[in-house]
Design a protein around this ligand. Structure first.
Ligand code: SF4
Length: 287
């Protein structure tokens, strides 16, 4: 298994930190285009609760985000500008171009990572991303979560699998690296279902995968289902056992960007053990 930290250290010769930034966009599962309620698990922050303040300019957000990691900073550190919350290719293209260009401008920013959905990249946006990728690497992070239609319907993902396949094809034709988000532990999915999703992603031509254990966050519709007993959550031991089966499915050419997630503690309802990041990382190291 190749982790993103190892990959970046080898590529850039130093520690590379992600700076979470926000563009002023929404997403089609919130603005009424697909739905108004958001994906069932998504928090008010649009699944990016650790990002800098969205009302600030990008240069200010970069400064603010650097300050937040300043305690850990090594002198020769480099950064990746990361647009995580909401759908960061969904909005006015001139505005987004300005935002991306500002994010890639500082010399110590080595790449721009853009979180989005495969159904939210217009023709013009593909062109723009291809152009920018020639200046500095652009990574596109796609929230696929699962390949299973029933689960996709439950989480209100709002697009079908062929849309993902087509998007990956387009991005790869522009030589853009694609990182895919997968949620493990969706209600009703067996270990075999989750393994099928991981196998599918790994053979779909992408460069990275992010595995996230399903988190129940306050204020989400998933929380309501959880209160009604419809959302089983894994213990740490169960999750580690699952990872032991899943990690060998990830081929060496795919970079593992994450093996779990840590929802913001103030709204994290379950599983609470994920809040103890140190313990979780230690358990993962022992796998
Ligand atoms: S997870 Fe992404 S696509 Fe779904 S509601 Fe949240 S921001 Fe929108």
């Amino acid at each position: 298994m190749h982790t993103v930290n190892e990959y970046l250290k080898t590529k850039y010769g130093c520690k590379v930190y992600k700076l979470s930034l926000q563009s002023d966009v929404t997403c089609p599962v919130r603005d009424g285009t697909i739905d108004t309620r958001g994906c069932i698990f998504c928090s008010e922050g649009g699944s990016g609760d650790f990002a800098a303040c969205r009302t600030k300019s990008i240069p200010d957000q970069i400064m603010e985000a650097k300050e937040r990691v300043s305690a850990k900073l090594k002198q020769d550190a480099k950064f990746i500008a990361y647009f995580q919350s909401f759908t960061n290719t969904y909005g006015d293209i001139d505005y987004l171009e300005k935002v991306y260009r500002q994010a890639m401008e500082p010399e110590d920013i080595v790449a721009v990572s853009i979180g989005t959905r495969p159904d939210s990249i217009s023709e013009k946006m593909y062109e723009l991303l291809g152009e920018l990728n020639k200046i500095k690497p652009i990574w596109i992070e796609l929230g696929l979560q699962t390949i299973h239609p029933e689960s996709a319907k439950y989480i209100r993902r709002g697009y079908d699998l062929p849309v993902y396949d087509e998007c990956v094809k387009r991005l790869r034709s522009l030589d853009i690296d694609v990182i895919v988000h997968v949620i493990l532990g969706l209600p009703g999915e067996t270990a075999e279902d989750m393994k099928e999703t991981v196998r599918y992603v790994c053979s779909s031509g992408v460069q990275g995968i992010k595995l996230q254990l399903l988190h129940v966050l306050k204020g989400t519709d998933l929380y309501k289902d959880y209160l009604e007993g419809k959302v089983p959550v894994m213990t740490m031991e169960e999750y580690m056992n699952l990872l032991k089966e899943i990690i060998p499915l990830i081929s060496d050419d795919i970079i593992v960007h994450r093996l779990t997630g840590d929802g913001p503690k103030k709204i994290l309802v379950a599983p609470l053990w994920t809040g103890d990041k140190k313990k979780v990382l230690n358990a993962i190291r022992k796998l």
